[in-house]
Design a protein around this ligand. Structure first.
Ligand code: AHR
Length: 352
């Protein structure tokens, strides 16, 4: 019996020695990397999709910010425009016990349940870009993004100032709105900005139809609007990709995109200012005015996480300040909501 116990102890000792030899034979570099990995802050990012150049710039901003060199591990999930995919991604992040969840929501509503799950798991949620519309604001830590209604108001006021300066009668403006994804904050705010201005100024708002923020849908929608209405002279596109598609449709119909409404051109107004071709079109007067929407949220989200890591409380809502671009110098200043806003006159491409 004693002999048997001695043999067991000896075997155990040999196993222990073997394990120690294995770990000390790991190259030093590898051991350090493993240790470092332990300290990385893990961020799960649910991006809504890849519908536009703005979205690609936004994804790139997050990817280049949340790197291992900066102390982060980024888990990226593309929702492919489907809220169900984004909800699934958040549930996976919760199971993975990430340190922070960042959500760029496709639409505003329908987040209460899954955000409650994240809150119950004690994981802070940072909303970025579009808003969520939830019954209880404590379901998310904070939001960073654009004032989409202000963007819409600026674009509409630019149109108002411009057409007044050119002596056009407001009731002679026949406008179509190619909207973004219905239910997304960017669509809701920009659509409201135009609709309110149309009512206030007496413009003829002929139609609103969604182009889903894509070039292909923008083209398709503009083709059918041109067939339906022969008097369109302004197209308000809720992003640059839709504007590119609308211009393709205008030119295919044998018409011209440009600011000379009295001369029979169709004025194109747009949002973002990220796509290089769209910015080039501003210089060519094919797009007359772009209200900026800034996509570079990566560093902004990082600042929030750093504050939280220090135990501080970030602002609940942080609005990014944005410009309005044109190559035409007719309108240099706008008054929107009692605030003066300078028009940025493009002579070359601003680059993101
Ligand atoms: O939510 C921001 C909007 O989403 C951008 O204007 C658009 O291009 C994107 O797809």
């Amino acid at each position: 019996m004693i002999r048997k116990s001695v043999i067991i102890i000896l075997i155990a000792l040999l196993c222990l020695m073997a394990v120690r030899c294995r770990s000390s034979s790991l190259p030093e570099q590898e051991e350090e990397t493993a240790e470092e990995r332990e300290e990385l802050i893990v961020v799960g990012f649910s991006q809504l999709g890849a519908e536009s150049d703005w979205r690609s710039a936004n994804t790139e901003s997050m990817r280049s910010t949340f790197t291992a060199e900066n102390g982060y591990q980024l888990i990226f999930e593309d929702g492919q425009q489907k809220q169900a995919n984004q909800i699934m991604a958040i549930r996976t992040f919760i199971q993975q016990e990430v340190d922070y969840i960042v959500l760029a929501p496709v639409t505003e509503t329908g987040w209460d349940t899954v955000l409650q799950e994240a809150k119950d798991a004690g994981i802070p949620v940072i909303i970025v870009d579009r808003m969520v519309n939830v019954s209880d604001d404590s379901l998310f830590t904070c939001w960073i993004g654009s004032d989409f209604e202000l963007e819409g108001k600026k674009a509409a006021e630019w149109l108002n100032q411009y057409t007044l300066a050119k002596g056009l009668n407001p009731s002679d403006l026949h406008i179509v709105n190619i909207q973004g994804t219905i239910g997304a904050s960017a669509q809701i705010g920009r659509t409201k900005g135009l609709a309110d201005a149309a009512r206030a100024n007496g413009w003829d708002l002929l139609a609103e139809a969604t182009g889903d923020f894509t070039q292909a849908k923008g083209k398709e929608v503009m083709e059918s609007l041109l067939k339906k209405y022969s008097n369109i002279n302004v197209v308000y596109c809720e992003n640059d990709n839709e504007a590119l598609g609308a211009i393709e449709a205008i030119e295919a119909a044998g018409k011209r995109a440009g600011s000379d409404i009295a001369g029979g051109e169709i004025m194109v107004i747009s949002f973002d200012g990220v796509n290089k071709e769209a910015l080039g079109y501003v210089l060519e007067d094919k797009i007359t005015c772009i209200a900026e929407c800034n996509p570079l949220h990566g560093p902004r989200v990082r600042t929030v996480i750093e504050l939280l890591e220090e135990g501080k409380q970030p602002d609940k809502f942080s609005y990014v300040s944005e410009k309005i671009f044109s190559a035409d110098e007719t309108v240099m200043t706008l008054m929107v909501d009692g605030t003066e806003c300078q028009v940025t006159i493009l002579t070359g491409n601003p680059s993101y």
